[in-house]
Design a protein around this ligand. Structure first.
Ligand code: 3HC
Length: 719
């Protein structure tokens, strides 16, 4: 093996058993050195007469986390994966996979070419390639259906969701679970099999695929599942086509050949690059560029929430699901009771849908305790304030928390836009104050904006980011600036949607265009969901004249159309339904308002709708990046995919702009500037990168670019 290869395999012998241990920290992907090591040591074990069986296992916490994702789209060194797996599958000596942790993607595919599979009770197996715009391309689409049946294999491959050891055992992926020492148990297992003249190979197990032959049901169900859960994605159709081959091809190798062809098509598809950008982008976002990697983390073993409303309840569930006991405080007993009731109902719904057992529900719900007294929060490690958006109220709460909790407690606010420094300033511990902006419903949405105040300490930031990961969130750091990252970008997007309505488009056209682009919900359906009256009431209260873009929605409110909450807004809704129906009675209003404001309505193309709304995100994103409010352009992609329904397969708005080419972005904006010169002025960073024929990823890291801004200095651009 040469030094340039990445990762290695350790070889040792225990009696008559060779042990191959994949060693490529931290999670043992099948990088070049691992593939080379496996090929070399399978050969070595096979040519050593004293060896009668082989154990394949992983060092550390993972078995094998799959193919090395960083190799995709590049040329690679060492043997290819399929030939390495062939060496294992046709080993003369029996091979057992001793699965010590995660066996994902190519990791599970490696285990599937072994004759036997044993896991610890912490083992996790799955084929998550679909999340990367790929299909299992090392035989997984042909072998898994043979082991668990095509229907379950399709569910696993289309969802990408892994199975626990227990489920892997019942579904036939594992032959046994080790309760003690995995390697000792694997040796014992192999000793029992050594004398057998033949050892089972998954490729030969045809019963389950033959059973499905001739029936359309399995594939039809899979297509329906893919259409529902993976709208617009390329890989799911390819996965289904592979399984169709597994069912219908008589020759196993013919199925494998099809899998390779379909895999290559996924690999060449732009969706793969976009989704892998998101995989690495999420991991990059979890790091704070100017905070040392070894910053000590505070341990978070208990938490408090102030406010038992929808947000407070959702956040409490996140913490409890991560195993952290939570005290939920509300000063109103009735609210508290109601809040706890909603939490229990949410958990019950998960039980009813089969997502959680009754036992698990008891366990997590048991971690959430209601309280009416601030004194009970004295010794918790973190408190998240989640009351409604009112600075004075939040400042009062922070003062109280500062006096009742011990000095080490982190004080976090779930504000969606208030000044974190103004909250920190009323405490004696500004270093321990931070924003944690969860998205609603907090127990479902993955995005967490972690807002860095001017005094938030490195330790506080690193601890909250790590807590985000523990809760399964996609955590992104934002500087403490108006709208943070997500809502600031959203403002321009919604502004354009509203202007398109004034210029001649109908809500359904705008929504349909953006939903076909891949957004999970168009802007007018979203506005109806949020409630049109919020802005209208706020403007009335503050005596602010309605801005042009809001003239239509305010007029709808004047006519008692508030959105879903009273079954009419931009759309009409039937009682108890969220499905939007056309509201032709609104069309006269749209015409009237356009006319009153001297706007000539015209035919607007779907492409113009998409370009104006999405490029509004991009231009504001460029300003956010330039100001250092976001650390990197990929962070904004993570925000938009996890918090605002942007299609993952397009890689987020900034990645989308890169793929379009920044020169093309500027060209399109130039055309729109005829409509609104100020709005479509390119952000200086966008212009600069375009002039240099560069892209957003190539922008220098924050710190070199500009001084970090304070809340008040931040420029809201054209929003
Ligand atoms: N290839 C390359 N690097 C990988 C990797 C992989 N398969 N899996 C993880 N890494 C890297 C991460 O980028 C991260 O790097 P960093 O420290 O520089 O940021 C590091 O390993 C640790 O990863 P996580 O932070 O994600 O560690 P966790 O402990 O939170 O999670 C995990 C571990 C569950 C294994 C998670 O990393 C994961 O889901 N990995 C990807 C699994 C996957 O998708 N496998 C399929 C790959 S495609 C394939 O196999 C194709 C085949 O069919 C041919």
């Amino acid at each position: 093996m040469t030094n340039e290869l990445k990762g290695k395999v350790n070889y040792s012998v225990n009696g008559n058993i060779a042990i191959l241990e994949v060693d490529n920290p931290p999670v043992n992907p099948l990088s070049s050195g691992v593939r080379a090591g496996l090929a070399e040591f399978i050969e070595k074990a096979n040519s050593d007469d004293s060896i009668k069986g082989i154990i394949l296992t992983g060092a550390g916490r993972s078995f094998i986390a799959g193919a090395d994702i960083s190799e995709f789209g590049k040329s690679f060194d060492g043997p290819d994966l399929n030939s390495t797996l062939r060496d294992i599958e046709f080993s003369k000596k029996p091979v057992i996979a001793a699965i010590n942790g995660t066996a994902l993607g190519g990791g599970l595919e490696t285990a599937l070419v072994c004759n036997y599979r044993m896991g610890t009770n912490k083992a996790i197996v799955g084929l998550p390639e679909v999340n990367l715009g790929l299909l299992p391309g090392a035989g997984g689409t042909q072998r898994l259906p043979r082991l668990v049946g095509p229907s379950q294999a399709l569910k696993m491959m289309l969802s990408g969701a892994p199975l626990s050891a227990e489920k892997a055992l019942t579904s036939g992926i594992l032959d046994a679970i080790s309760e003690n020492s995995l390697i000792e148990d694997a040796i014992e297992f192999l000793q029992d099999k050594i004398e057998l003249s033949e050892h089972p190979k998954v490729r030969d197990k045809n019963e389950k695929v033959l059973e499905a032959r001739g029936s359309e049901n399995v594939l039809a169900e899979a297509k329906a599942l893919a259409a529902k859960t993976r709208r617009g994605q390329f890989a799911p159709g390819q996965i289904i086509a592979c399984v169709e081959a597994a069912i219908n091809e008589d020759d196993f190798d013919a199925g494998l050949k099809k899998e390779s062809e379909y895999f290559l098509e996924c690999l060449m598809n732009p969706q793969r690059e976009a989704m892998i950008h998101i995989f690495f982008g999420e991991r990059a976002a979890s790091k704070i560029s100017d905070i040392p990697k070894d910053t000590p983390l505070m341990s978070i073993n208990s938490a408090g929430i102030v406010g038992s409303g929808t947000m407070g309840g959702g956040i409490a569930m996140n913490l409890a699901n991560a195993g952290i006991p939570v005290l939920v405080l509300d000063q109103d007993e009735k609210n508290l009771e109601r809040g706890m009731g909603v939490i229990e109902k949410n958990y019950q719904m998960m039980v009813d849908r089969g997502r959680m057992s009754e036992e698990q529900k008891e366990k997590v719900f048991g971690l959430i305790t209601p309280t009416l007294s601030y004194e009970d929060l004295a010794n918790v490690d973190i408190v998240v304030e989640a009351v409604y958006e009112n600075l004075e109220l939040k400042q009062e709460i922070f003062k109280t928390l500062d006096s009742v909790t011990n000095n080490n407690t982190i004080l976090a606010s779930n504000t969606s836009g208030l000044d974190i420094d103004a909250l920190a300033s009323v405490t004696e511990r500004p270093g321990k104050v931070v924003g944690t902006h969860f998205f609603s419903p907090a127990n479902v949405m993955r995005l967490l904006e972690v807002v860095r105040g001017k005094d938030s300490s490195d330790e506080t930031m690193a601890t909250v980011m790590s807590l985000g990961k523990r809760m399964g969130k996609a955590a992104v750091v934002s500087l403490n600036a108006p709208g943070f990252i997500g809502n600031r970008m959203l403002a321009g997007y919604t502004y354009q949607a509203n202007m398109l309505l004034l210029e001649g488009a109908l809500p359904s056209q705008v929504d349909n265009a953006l939903e076909s682009f891949g957004m999970s919900m168009g802007p007018f359906r979203m506005l109806d969901l949020v409630g049109l009256d919020l802005g209208w009431r706020a403007r009335k209260l503050a005596n602010i004249e309605t801005p042009l873009a809001n003239k239509i929605s305010d007029e709808l409110c004047e006519r008692d159309r508030f959105g879903q909450k009273n079954s009419r807004g931009f759309y009409n809704y039937s009682e108890g339904s969220r499905a939007p129906n056309p509201a032709p009675e609104n069309e006269e209003i749209y015409k009237e308002i356009s006319e009153k404001n001297n706007i000539k309505r015209r035919e607007i193309s779907d492409q113009e709708i998409i370009d104006r709304c999405i490029l509004a995100l991009v231009n504001e994103g460029a300003r956010i990046l330039e100001e250092g409010v976001a650390q990197r352009s990929g962070d904004m992609d993570i925000v938009y995919i996890n918090g605002y329904g942007f299609p993952i397969w397009r890689g987020g708005p900034m990645f989308y702009a890169n793929q379009l080419g920044l020169k093309e972005v500027i060209k399109k904006m130039d055309v729109f500037s005829e409509l609104d010169k100020e709005f479509w002025k390119p952000a200086p960073l966008l212009q600069k990168l375009s002039d240099q024929s560069a892209s957003f990823g190539e922008a220098p890291p924050v710190g070199e670019r500009s001084e970090l801004l304070s809340f008040k200095q931040a420029n809201m651009g054209g929003v």
